[in-house]
Design a protein around this ligand. Sequence first.
Ligand code: AP5
Length: 190
Amino acid sequence: MLNVVIFGAPGSGKGTQSELIIKEYALDHISTGDVLRGEIKGETELGKIAKEYIEKGQLVPDELIINMLAKVLDSKKDSKGVIFDGFPRTIPQAKALKVMLNERGTDVSVMIDLQVEEDELIQRLLKRGEISGRSDDNLETIKSRLDVYHNQTAPLAAYYVEEGKHKAVKGMGTIEDIFGRIKVAIDGAK
Ligand code: AP5
């Protein structure tokens, strides 16, 4: 199986590039942000809890996210591979993912770390907020999401360097050019 973790700050292009990766490599896509927004829309118990965290730009607690991810993964049993978008975001999540994949006889193949300058991240998210109305795309929440990213999520890069899975990819420029760089990184890991 080809299991790709797509990693990067809010607005770094994880969702955008996931769409292209799925088409090229016929992978399943798991975006924890999308799953959570679905739970919020469905007004489930998890959705009610998640909404409070998402609107403040904070991470939903690990235990809830890990249980949610395990269920989604169970629904992808016949998959050729999965792209994990927005998960893991903490060291406990990364360790849990390793256990879940190992239990299924597989592992993370590569972690793509999209690198984008902070000013550009903010501009992209403000622009998306204007168009889509996503409730966490306002300046105050964006700043909180970026702080959370630097403090809690960025340290995961070192975890994947240790695992020998980390590939840094420049995430600035055209979507097509970035995808070209991602393909080189994925093909090198296959
Ligand atoms: P999530 O939905 O994962 O949001 P995020 O990480 O903040 O990422 P975004 O979706 O904002 O950005 P992206 O990197 O996917 O960029 P995109 O391609 O959309 O999570 C939301 C919240 O859910 C979290 O804050 C947290 O509360 C919770 N959560 C989720 N997962 C969790 C977990 N594992 N643990 C705990 N809590 C969790 O691009 C952004 C914009 O830029 C788009 O408009 C796009 O068109 C544009 N764009 C993309 N590429 C380019 C380019 N090359 N040039 C110009 N514009 C571009």
